[in-house]
Design a binder for this molecule. Structure first.
Ligand SMILES: *Cc1c(COP(=O)(O)O)cnc(C)c1O
Length: 388
């Protein structure tokens, strides 16, 4: 039976899928069931950091599968401990909790912030300020954290204690922080799902200032913009700030499900035994793969991300039909005169695979996408964006 029919018959209808069935791929080339090839500019939404079927990643994942695929968190295992060490050494954070997705990484961050504030300031200090246009996940609590009304409808009552501040509105932030008992401010250093919206430097400075004055924790949601995506190891590093809690997922695993919540000196001992857990969290195969990804996020790789980013921006900016290019590194949003969905459909027709973010065409290519493939892809986008 046709896979599209099978899927629409038996898989819950929560996704608007493109009429394309992926069957294989290598690097930045994806192949569909008709043998048609696409240059991949979306990497499964910033997940396949080094593209499809990366040789080094496959090798370590295979080696781990042949040792053991899972144990419980009642025992020690090397991939999880080694990955935590590397993440801490490269960021200066002190400890890591592993889970399986971005939403879970954020849940852990939120629980930690609430416990910290309850113990330090009192149980009524449970509020978390998040930003409009943000996206933090699909669980009831991370939906509540997400500062977009469209996600809230029909799922109420959501978890209490989230307050939304208009993105880049420092005056409003100061007011909210004074008027409420606040545990944390949570933000994406570069908003992804909300439309690849950058934060102003001034606003980020205000966030840091208020947090410091009031002992409010800073939570950076690096689920999408972390792990080299913006040209820095983590998105917050573009602002020279140091969050108290960093959540990440997507690109960390290079294709296998993993979430991680990192804690600094202030927060690393907040969660104690029994406070939190996950059956699959720290899975040895996912961690072994992630270790191979994380080891390669070095300066040379990050320079390559910046070069590719500059190339994309300079090629697209000012081109006919292109209004603006926002974002950092290889997390870019293109505002087009034509409807973004039409531009994307045209790209797909011509063998290039970008995705959407609100009204923009979003690019999230592999961090090592070969330059010749990138050049071809950008020409296809330019052609697709041209007004008729
Ligand atoms: C994708 C995303 C999430 C949710 O991650 P899941 O793995 O889908 O649960 C949370 N925050 C941000 C910034 C994201 O981009």
């Amino acid at each position: 039976m046709d896979i599209k029919i099978l899927d629409s018959t038996y898989v819950a209808d929560t996704y608007a899928r493109f009429p394309v069935e992926i069957v294989s791929g290598k690097g930045s080339i994806v192949k569909d069931s008709h043998g048609k090839e696409y240059i991949d500019l979306s990497t499964g939404i910033a997940v396949n950091t080094f593209g499809l079927c990366d040789d080094k990643w496959i090798k370590v994942v295979n080696e781990q599968i042949n040792l053991f695929q899972h144990t419980s968190n009642l025992y020690y295992s090397a991939p999880c401990a080694k990955l935590a060490q590397l993440m801490c050494e490269k960021t200066g954070m002190k400890k890591v909790f592993f889970s399986n997705s971005g939403a879970e990484a954020n849940e852990c961050a939120i629980k930690t912030a609430r416990k910290y504030a309850a113990e330090k300031h009192g149980a009524e200090y449970y509020n978390i300020i998040t930003l409009t246009g943000s996206f933090h996940g699909r669980t009831i609590t991370t939906l509540a954290a997400t500062g977009q009304d469209v996600f809230h409808k029909t799922f109420t009552p959501l978890t209490e204690g989230f307050i939304y501040c208009e993105t880049n509105n420092s005056v409003m932030l100061e007011k909210l922080a004074v008027e409420n008992k606040v545990a944390a401010i949570m933000f994406e250093p570069l908003q992804g799902e909300g439309g690849v919206n950058p934060l102003d430097k001034d606003f980020v400075e205000t966030v840091v200032k208020i947090a410091k004055e009031k002992d409010i924790l800073l939570i950076a949601d690096e689920v999408q913009c972390g792990n080299g995506r913006t040209g820095k190891l983590y998105g917050y590093m573009n602002f020279g700030i140091t969050p108290d809690i960093v959540s990440t997922a997507k690109g960390l695993g290079g294709g296998l499900p993993i979430g991680a919540t990192m804690f600094n000196e202030k927060t690393c001992n907040v969660l104690g035994r029994g406070d939190h857990g996950s059956t699959f969290g720290g899975n040895p195969i996912a961690c072994a793969g992630a270790l191979s990804i994380f080891e390669r996020l070095d300066n040379e790789l990050l320079e390559g991300v910046k070069e590719r980013s500059d190339y994309i921006k300079s090629s697209l900016e000012g081109a006919p039909g292109i209004k603006s290019v926002t974002g950092l590194g290889l997390m870019l949003g293109i505002e087009t005169e034509r409807d973004a969905s039409e531009v994307i459909a045209k790209c797909m027709e011509n063998g290039v695979m970008p995705i959407k973010a609100k009204r923009k065409v979003r690019l999230l290519p592999a961090l090592n996408i070969p330059m010749d493939q990138l050049r071809t892809a950008i020409e296809v986008i330019k052609e697709a964006a041209k007004p008729e």
